[in-house]
Design a protein around this ligand. Structure first.
Ligand SMILES: Nc1ncnc2c1ncn2[C@@H]1O[C@H](COP(=O)(O)OP(=O)(O)OP(=O)(O)O)[C@@H](O)[C@H]1O
Ligand SMILES: [Mg+2]
Length: 380
């Protein structure tokens, strides 16, 4: 009879004895839903060891039991270290009894190594499976959190855009009546101030609509003169620039035309210029903004420079992300909206900043050939 056979016979005859000892010291909580399974799994493992010694090792049988244990431990939400402790307890219980088998240590050694390897593999497969299950649970929880966060953001967006719609209608009628009042009473004070404030409100509302993507302002793409648009925006911001002592210099090639949603480009310019004005609040003299528009190779460039404080490099990387703001009352959507609009027009927007000046540069494809330009210029 081989050592393995003798040993398996010995284990079989002492089976109840060491399983009993093991079960007395095993770590298992009284409210573990798989309490009885823990004990039967232990018995099953010893039986497997006996079978492996008698016949050949069968990895699939070992894996099957290891996976079962791992799934139960994960479901019972028990720390896997209890399981490892219990397995090692069983292993040492077997070894303690092996010396009673009267087989010499020398003869026993290879079989002890074999038994050790069965237990090691059992632990390995169980822990591996347990970790997989836990990783999956963490992933599910993360997806759930992200999903609910996303759902809330969507809901918030929908709420905001429906509020915004409700604001817009009365705003349009108020603006209309202000114009009427102005026509009928040209000398009446404060009307221009009210009108300007209403335009500001309209600008903020348009911004929200753009973010919620519910509506495209300026329904049709059109060809427009860049210098006209810049002039219009400069006029709109005039009270603010004067108030803040900011000198604005405009230099736009007069032939420069863009094809796109004019109102959206207006929004982009307003956002960048309002940011520049805000930045210049931290400068005490020679506050200056320069707006340039020019063609270079096949592209049209629009650049807004200011001599405000430098934006640190690590901040530049995030300022185009939504809700990134460094202002007390900022929402952090201005540059995000700019980026969305420019990308929608197949362009790029970038920022560079040094101690001397900060620049926002927009690059757009010059889609119009000279011929098309001359054809369309008569209609403008
Ligand atoms: N010209 C600039 N100079 C310095 N910092 C700037 C400039 N433009 C933008 N920033 C920085 O980028 C941040 C993000 O700008 P963004 O326009 O997206 O949001 P915001 O101006 O803070 O809020 P709002 O939604 O009201 O526009 C600003 O808070 C500011 O820190
Ligand atoms: Mg802004």
């Amino acid at each position: 009879m081989s050592v393995e056979e003798r040993l398996s016979e010995f284990l079989e005859s002492h089976y109840e004895c060491f399983v009993k000892k093991w079960s007395e010291n095993v770590l298992v909580s009284s409210n573990d839903p798989y309490r009885s399974e823990v004990l039967s799994n232990g018995r099953r493992m010893v039986q497997l060891v006996i079978t492996f010694l008698r016949a050949d090792f069968n990895e699939d049988l070992l894996k099957e039991l290891a996976f079962k244990v791992a799934e139960e431990r994960a479901e019972a939400k028990v720390n896997i270290s209890d399981f490892i402790y219990n397995v090692n307890l069983g292993r040492s219980e077997i070894f303690k009894h092996l010396y009673d088998s009267k087989i010499s240590l020398l003869e026993l050694q290879p079989t002890i190594n074999q038994i050790n390897s069965y237990f090691d593999q059992f632990i390995y497969y169980a822990v591996k499976r347990y970790t997989e299950i836990k990783d999956e649970e963490i992933k599910d929880t993360k997806t759930f959190i992200e999903q609910t966060h996303q759902d809330r953001l969507t809901l918030l967006g929908q709420m905001a855009s429906s509020f915004v719609h409700e604001f817009r209608n009365p705003l349009t009628s108020i603006t209309g009546f202000i114009k009427l009042l102005q026509r009928e009473n040209p000398t009446l004070d404060y009307l221009t101030v009210i009108q300007h404030e209403l335009e500001q409100l309209n600008y903020q509302i348009s911004q929200f609509l753009l973010v919620s993507k519910k509506e495209v302002i300026g329904k049709e793409k059109a060809l427009f003169h860049v210098d006209h648009l810049v002039k219009e925006v400069e006029m709109f911001l005039y009270p603010t620039t004067v108030d803040n002592n900011v000198k604005v210099e405009v230099n736009i090639e007069p032939t420069l035309k863009l094809l796109g949603y004019r109102d959206e480009f207006r929004q982009v310019l307003l956002n960048i210029l309002m940011n520049s004005i805000d930045a210049l609040k931290l400068v005490y003299y020679d506050k200056a903004i320069s707006i340039q528009g020019y063609k270079h190779e096949e592209s049209i460039y629009l650049a807004v420079h200011n001599n405000g404080p430098v934006i640190p490099q690590e901040q530049i990387r995030t300022i185009f992300e939504p809700f990134v703001t460094h202002k007390k009352l900022g929402t952090g959507i201005g540059l995000f909206v700019c980026k969305q609009i420019i990308e929608k027009h197949n362009g790029t927007i970038s920022c560079t900043s040094t101690d001397e000046r900060t620049s926002f540069i927009i690059r757009l494809e010059d889609v119009l050939t000279k011929e098309e330009q001359s054809k369309t210029s008569s209609s403008l």
